[in-house]
Design a protein around this ligand. Structure first.
Ligand SMILES: [Ca+2]
Ligand SMILES: [Ca+2]
Length: 79
């Protein structure tokens, strides 16, 4: 069983499909569609792109999604 933190970072690597170390909105949308996740649930994560470069770094991803996971808004199901 992975910890929430490990799941979040595994998700980051999955979603970063081009492997550039950042999640783009289009990568997040593609992953949400493929995994039957509501893209709108990630609104807060997209807006967590604090330097507004349209790329979500691992740190931006981790901080925002950990809050959402803890609040029960999103859930990752990696074993
Ligand atoms: Ca990427
Ligand atoms: Ca950013």
């Amino acid at each position: 069983m992975l910890t929430p933190d490990e799941q979040i970072m595994k998700a980051f690597n999955d979603i970063d499909s081009d492997g550039d170390g950042y999640i783009s909105p289009s990568e997040l949308k593609a992953w949400s569609d493929a995994n039957d996740v509501d893209y709108n649930a990630f609104d807060k994560i997209v807006s967590a792109d604090r330097n507004f470069d349209n790329k979500i770094s691992a740190e931006e991803w981790r901080n925002a999604s950990l809050k959402l996971v803890n609040a029960g808004v999103i859930k990752f199901n990696f074993s």
